[in-house]
Design a binder for this molecule. Sequence first.
Ligand code: ZN
Length: 196
Amino acid sequence: MQYDPDYEPKMPVGAVRGDIRRQDYCPMCHVPRYYYVDEPRTCVQCGEAFTFGAAEQKHWYETLQFFADSIAIRCLDCRKQQRGKVAITRQLVAALAAQARSPDDPACLIEVAEARVRYREAHGTGALDSGLAAARRAQKFWPDQPRAIFWEGRLQELAGRPVKARACYQRFLDAYSGQRGLQPQRRHAEEFLASE
Ligand SMILES: [Zn+2]
């Protein structure tokens, strides 16, 4: 089957012209897109209706050259969230690789503990024990390290052990002396201690 790349069918109102030379499709299985129209869709993740817009489709199939079968199944918000999840997974994989190379480096251990927390927060699943072990091991090499203590507390909290979490957050606040970049953690610890 041959498609004429210069064919210009009459387009519906609001449609965007397609350039089939730029599209990746199989002429046996697909009809190339001579034009794009807004497509109403339902997000597989949140169930909300969204529009897979004509201009966005042209970007997918001609600029990014996604294969003709690809189609938006998530709304924009869920796609952003999904990208965030992918980044968090990469962060965990990188932290575990760094820990494997330098098992006694407290900075690497703290990275693993934090990455385990972020992963659980984003995905709702994932092991916490190896994060806890990493946070404790980091404190063995680097006692009173507020970052390590905080992530131990957060992991205890996620594991459903509020008493242990409280003890960690208290130790964290005692060890904290205004270190940069730990303000959100301080706020979290204070709120947790005030809440129970
Ligand atoms: Zn959605």
